[in-house]
Write a protein that binds this ligand. Structure first.
Ligand code: NDP
Ligand code: MG
Length: 390
């Protein structure tokens, strides 16, 4: 029996790479559901190639085009945000691969877990916003949650065959992004175009900005805390500009295991879909004569304040990581639109954390309310920034 996969966010960077993996392993996998937000043209091409049972186009303006293009095929076409949530419950799905960007991925992931689907998780914001509730739901419904994020896949691979109680520390690596080594005054004037040039990974726009500001590493620290049930004081970020070691685990006997490879998301995507098996791939291999120098540094959290803010939010817990995430989504979008400068992203996030009411034990409904309230406040507060120098 082929494993039947739903890809939420199939038109994005992770979504398209997931389809490439599935195409190479087509005797094992079948795509049964695809969803996109507004990229109707690509969704139609993907549907014609992979012939899923159903597709969802989030943006209602694009519905007619997708419906007409697929009318000759037995592919169900629906639209709207709630359609993305409903589609994950279909019987024809075994695993839901969540590659939507931002907290929009949360509601469909919750529905998928409740419908007893296994989750291959790229959408890290889901665990940042609602890590406690998601991990509890995963246990209650007895489903598997496999990480796609390269660092978390690396940690997951290092932990295979190990006793979780022997983990001393997680060493989460990160490239440091395009602005590693820059000072605050240099960062004040960097442009979105400069921030979008990542030195080692090609990704969607939001995560590329998060990587430049080190917020991505901060979100990943919170993601790791929930995936591996390790306290924040045992998760250490290590800057490793070559992106060859994807992360490490230190054990109680002092031994450190690392997972290495060339930076290519197709490997962690495939591992999340095939675990516990490893399948042969023809991906280029790492050779040590090409990478004969691997270097490591401490992160500069004075300059890149987002990483410090994320640790703070994670340690505080409750709805604080949800506030951090929602504020960051608004900050990134405002930076990309040239409405605020690079450093002002941290100012906006800090302002939101200090303003929105803290809730120590939020329900899912409370978190959705915090997400909305933070976005509204952040959009309103953007007016206070002086952007004449941008
Ligand atoms: P992209 O921006 O490339 O793709 C996002 C996908 O989500 C697209 O299919 C987009 O549709 C869809 N989408 C956007 N907004 C919404 C919405 N409101 N509702 C429903 N669907 C929506 O992002 P990435 O692929 O880079 O990232 C996806 C997730 O994976 C993120 O959470 C990111 O942090 C994580 N991740 C990504 C990595 C990477 O290498 N790219 C690495 C590790 C994690 P459309 O195209 O129609 O707009
Ligand atoms: Mg990552």
């Amino acid at each position: 029996m082929k494993k039947r996969i739903a890809i939420l966010g199939s038109t994005g960077s992770i979504g398209t790479q997931a389809l490439a993996v599935i195409q190479q392993q087509c005797e094992r996998f079948e795509v049964t559901v695809l969803t996109a937000h507004s990229n109707a043209d690509l969704l139609i091409r993907q549907a014609l190639q992979y012939r899923p049972k159903a597709v969802v186009i989030g943006d209602e303006k694009e519905y007619r085009q997708v419906k007409e293009a697929l009318s000759a095929y037995s592919i169900d076409v629906t639209t709207g945000a709630t359609a993305v949530e409903q589609i994950v419950e279909l019987d024809v799905i075994d695993t839901v691969l969540t590659a939507i960007v931002g907290s929009a991925g949360l509601a469909p992931t919750v529905r998928a877990i409740r419908a007893k689907k296994n989750i291959a998780l790229a959408n890290k914001e889901t665990l940042v916003v609602a890590g406690a509730l998601i991990t509890q739901l995963v246990k209650e419904h007895n489903v598997a949650l496999y990480p796609i994020d390269s660092e978390h896949s690396a940690i997951f691979q290092c932990l295979v065959g190990e006793n979780p109680t022997t983990v001393e520390k997680i060493l989460l690596t990160g490239s440091g992004g395009p602005f590693r080594g820059k000072t605050q005054s240099e960062l004040a004037t960097v442009t979105p175009q400069q921030a979008l040039k990542h030195p080692t990974w090609e990704m969607g726009r939001k995560i590329t900005i998060d990587s430049a500001s080190l917020m991505n590493k901060g979100l990943e620290v919170i993601e790791a805390r929930w995936l591996f049930e390790v306290d924040f004081n045992r998760i250490e970020v290590v800057i490793h500009p070559q992106s060859i070691i994807h992360s490490m685990v230190q054990f109680t006997d002092g031994s450190i295991k690392a997972q290495m490879g060339l930076p290519d998301m197709k490997l962690p995507i495939q591992y999340a879909l095939t675990y516990p098996e490893r399948l042969h791939t023809s991906f280029p291999r790492l050779t040590f004569d090409q990478y004969n120098q691997l270097t490591f540094e401490k992160p500069d959290t004075q300059t890149f304040r987002n990483l410090a803010l994320a640790y703070h939010a994670g340690e505080k817990g409750g709805n604080c990581p949800c506030i951090l995430n929602a504020a960051n989504e608004i900050a990134v979008s405002a930076f990309l639109d040239n409405r605020i400068g690079f450093l002002q992203m941290s100012d906006l996030i800090e302002k939101c954390i200090n303003t929105i009411a803290f809730n120590r034990n939020p329900s899912m409904e409370d978190l959705l309310a915090t997400d909305l309230e933070t976005r509204q406040f952040a959009i309103h507060y953007l007016k206070h920034f002086n952007t004449t120098s941008l």
